[in-house]
Design a protein around this ligand. Sequence first.
Ligand code: SF4
Length: 223
Amino acid sequence: MVAVCDVKRPKLELPDQRKKLLLHSCCAPCSGEVMEALLASGIDYSIYFYNPNIHPVKEYEIRKQENIRFAEQHGIEFIDADYDLDNWFARVKGLEWEPERGERCTSCFDMRFERTALYAHEHGFDCISSSLGISRWKDMNQINGCGERAAARYPELIYWTYNWRKGGGSARMIEISKREEFYQQEYCGCVYSLRDTNRHRQSQGRERIEIGVKFYSNNPDQK
Ligand code: SF4
């Protein structure tokens, strides 16, 4: 286990005197700060990686392996859930042209959180949350609504709506990503977000996204 970085963070406590958190993680950059903040506060948690939205499989594997590497460094249990792509496509059918933060994303979060809640229910966790909300590209209210809906399926479970961005969380997320030289994904995850991000880039005369090439750098001379 490596030391948690020496920064000032608020002391966190699980809400409602809960004891054990299952943290849905979308990727290493988003969960790095969340994981270290939980460790610094002595909160008992495991990582649940369930992201069948991520396309293509090469991108999925890179994001997952980065997250495993970081969890192992910190001695945190990493639960590697299914990559049930067919179910994901079935879930978002008809929503292919929705913009980001629209209805497709609600279905995508619902699916991921429903599985997280089920696993929590079956394995003795009494609280769930997600690293998804730390990203400034995401709508916290949308994520929290999906999380609360999923947790409400089980009487013993709650969704922790903590805002991971506050108290310097957003800045530490970038610091940790650079320190760890994490893989830097350039789109949200699904094939539709890849399509739309590439369209936007091309409209600005930029190159299309190349999977697997961009990493955060610890070198201050590089961005
Ligand atoms: S844009 Fe992101 S959150 Fe929305 S459906 Fe695609 S992967 Fe899921």
